[in-house]
Write a protein that binds this ligand. Structure first.
Ligand code: AMP
Length: 111
């Protein structure tokens, strides 16, 4: 999708601190980190939200998010895996993404 910021990152049109890439997925650090560890895992296909994603892709996204979280040092104390969705979920970029946050204790519930 031409005006999608994450599609532009995938295409290499805007820079990102990439952590992982394969044929289906890309992971990169969030530009406005909310915790010492904060990165995003996205599908390379433009899928707007979790509500449009199929099971196989969701499995791949979460499995890779978990693997990278462990690599980033969140394997012992854990962290948070978040998928914001549409208006009520506070989604600001309409390209499906899993946030992974860790490295500090995170509050609950969200505001
Ligand atoms: P959400 O509110 O769930 O849609 O989250 C979108 C996230 O994308 C936010 O945490 C932003 O900080 C992050 N973000 C937006 N633009 C970029 C970018 N160019 N590179 C890395 N992260 C970004």
């Amino acid at each position: 999708m031409t005006d999608c910021i994450f599609c532009k990152i995938i295409a290499g049109e805007i820079p990102a601190q990439k952590m992982y890439e394969d044929d289906d997925l890309l992971a990169f650090r969030d530009v406005n980190p909310q915790a010492p560890v904060h990165f995003l895992v996205i599908p390379k296909t433009h899928i707007p939200t979790i509500l449009e994603a199929e099971a196989g892709l969701l499995g791949k996204l979460l499995f890779k998010a978990r693997e990278l979280a462990v690599q980033e040092g969140c394997g012992e104390r854990g962290g948070r895996f978040v998928i914001n969705c549409r208006e009520d979920g506070g989604q600001t970029v309409d390209h499906l993404h899993v946030h992974v946050l860790g490295g500090r204790s995170l509050g609950w519930p969200p505001g």
